[in-house]
Design a protein around this ligand. Structure first.
Ligand SMILES: Nc1nc2c(ncn2[C@@H]2O[C@H](COP(=O)(O)OP(=O)(O)O)[C@@H](O)[C@H]2O)c(=O)[nH]1
Ligand SMILES: [Mg+2]
Length: 213
């Protein structure tokens, strides 16, 4: 049986080619990392659930942008149907940082009149000695865009869970405040099977304890 979840958020990975988007996703969803990235593109999206509050499980549907990183080659519906976005750049690649603003603008224009919730990710933090973008500079850009900033490494497994969790919590808080809603015909947020409705919470905890899944 599928895990019960109350909400599903669709989140996209944005950023230049080779910044490490697929590696971040693989680390987060499968717990693996490979220095030799698989160029084959067999998977469109990944999934993982997060327990955001006791008895509130959020399923993340995470969409990769493999091979579509060129500007304007991603279809509009791909952006439109997402509630959150990770703006990823490579800390050792200056150009990828400079392009963040363009990614942000491109996507934000396409989702109007709605808004997407972003987080800025400075990736490959394990390569600190080759760093071409300072933390201060990245924090300034994040402040300007009104988003959080986190430095991650898929290789060292540093801050990867934290980055996805922070973004998920931000979306969840906006949803609780009524700023974001599950709308008909929109894939960004879906309300799911609620174990709150199906079983009292205590019973769910008991069920989960006894479950080997
Ligand atoms: N040092 C280091 N290399 C990484 C990290 N994440 C990804 N890479 C490498 O960067 C290259 C591109 O990664 P990939 O995930 O395919 O990037 P994508 O094109 O944005 O999906 C691959 O050689 C990865 O092994 C990281 O955290 N640290
Ligand atoms: Mg990729």
């Amino acid at each position: 049986m599928d895990t019960l979840w109350q909400y599903q958020f669709r989140i996209i990975l944005l950023g230049d080619s080779t910044v490490g988007k697929s590696s971040l996703l693989k680390r987060f969803t499968d717990g693996v990392y490979s220095d030799v990235a698989d160029p084959t593109v067999g998977v469109d999206f990944y999934a993982r659930s997060l327990d955001i509050e006791p008895a509130v499980k959020i399923k993340l549907q995470l969409w990769d942008t493999a091979g579509q990183e060129r500007f304007r080659s991603i279809t509009t519906s791909y952006y439109r149907n997402s509630v959150g976005g990770l703006l990823v750049f490579d800390l050792t690649n200056r150009k990828s940082f400079e392009h963040v603003r363009e990614w942000h603008r491109e996507v934000s224009e396409h989702v109007l009149p709605y808004h997407m919730v972003y987080i800025l990710i400075g990736h490959k933090s394990d390569l600190d000695k080759d760093r071409k973008v300072s933390r201060e500079e990245a924090e300034r850009l994040a402040a300007e865009l009104g988003v959080r900033y986190v430095e991650t490494s898929a290789k060292r497994n540093s801050n990867v869970d934290r980055a996805f969790e922070l973004l998920t919590r931000d979306i969840y808080e906006l949803m609780k405040m009524g700023e974001i809603d599950a709308r008909d015909g929109w894939e960004g947020v879906k309300t799911g099977l609620s174990n709150k409705v199906l079983y009292p919470v205590e019973e769910v905890v008991e069920r989960e304890k006894s479950c080997n899944c």
